[in-house]
Design a protein around this ligand. Structure first.
Ligand code: ATP
Length: 304
């Protein structure tokens, strides 16, 4: 993607008395959908508010779309949508009135605000409920109103703090599907926080893990770099004939203990070749799996 990255955080420190909420965070966010994962209290909300320029840093800086949030907060916030974690919706307003009103506050003309409110409520699946008062909505619907208001002024980036908080499994799935659609179909970059690993895996291409105010992992999610490099082959029978066969076919293979081989592979074709060769050699393939910790292990370790 050309132009400056969506978000660049450098040496961010934020203290609340003795609590260090951000303890030297360095981070570049530029994927279509990035997940911020960490336990409660890890510093996710503080980081999001610092990105929005709503929390002042004690040290360091944040640039959003090339602008400094401390110096150009208003300009930055016009280009970002934000859905805070906590309940903040007036129950007496209809969804359409609230979203339109917030659009007007962000500078849209009345006609544009009405049109955009209708579009974003459609995008989050609330077109039929748009004229109902928010007080009558389920929590899942209220979370979707928060998302709609974050999108109404056509931001380039939306920041969603714990958008699945308190939702039951069905509502959660719906919400994650809506977020994925927003990121994919509307082309809006998304930064979403959650303490649930599965939320991030289902919506994001990149994950950043925070623990006690620090970034402990920052990596793409779709295809783990190096995931296909090294595979373990577990066999029922003696793997020596399979080793000979695979070596003969140009694969880099070595013995890795009793009934185990380790092979370097470069893609799915190699995996199929291993399966075929195992059948041919009568090795009895028991398992073929990546060598090394799984992504879940890696993420859980980073979360702490
Ligand atoms: P949660 O999901 O529970 O909000 P989080 O990862 O978003 O967790 P933060 O809300 O950023 O974490 O909090 C990080 C730390 O800073 C916590 O120890 C929290 O108690 C503290 N903290 C955050 N805001 C304040 C505040 N306004 N005053 C005092 N301490 C605060």
């Amino acid at each position: 993607m050309s132009g400056p990255p969506a978000i660049e955080v450098r040496g961010a420190v934020r203290r609340y008395g003795p609590v260090v909420a951000l303890d030297g965070v360095d981070l570049t966010v530029d994927a279509p959908a990035t997940g911020l994962l960490g336990r409660n209290g890890a510093g996710k909300s503080t980081l999001m508010k610092a990105i929005l320029g709503l929390v002042r840093l004690d040290e360091g800086s944040v640039q959003v779309l090339g602008a400094d949030t401390a110096r150009e907060g208003d300009r930055v916030r016009r280009r970002i949508g934000y859905a805070p974690e906590h309940e903040c919706l007036p129950p007496e307003l209809t969804a359409a009135d609230l979203v339109r009103h917030l659009a007007e506050l962000r500078g849209l003309s009345r006609a544009d605000a009405i049109r955009r409110a209708s579009e974003v409520l459609f995008a989050v699946g609330l077109e039929e409920e748009r004229s109902r008062v928010i007080g009558s909505f389920s929590l899942g619907m209220r979370q979707r109103v928060k998302l709609a208001q974050a999108l109404v002024h056509a931001p380039e980036l939306v920041i969603l703090d714990e958008p699945t908080n308190g939702l039951d499994p069905a509502q959660r799935s719906e919400m994650l599907e809506v977020i994925r659609r927003v990121s994919r179909d509307l082309g809006v970059r998304v930064l979403i926080s959650s303490h649930i690993l599965d939320d991030i895996r289902r919506t994001c291409d990149h994950v950043v893990v925070m623990r006690e105010g620090r970034v402990t992992l920052d990596r793409p999610l779709a295809a783990r770099a190096g995931e296909d490099d090294s595979m373990l082959i577990e066999t029922v029978a003696d793997p020596a004939p399979l080793l000979a066969l695979l070596s003969g076919r140009g694969l880099q293979v070595e013995a890795a203990g009793e009934h185990r081989l380790r092979a370097r592979i470069t893609g799915p074709a190699d995996r199929a070749a291993i399966r075929d060769a195992a059948a041919e050699a009568g090795a009895g393939l028991r398992r073929l799996h990546p060598d090394g910790p799984s992504i879940e292990d890696e993420l859980l370790e980073a979360i702490g």
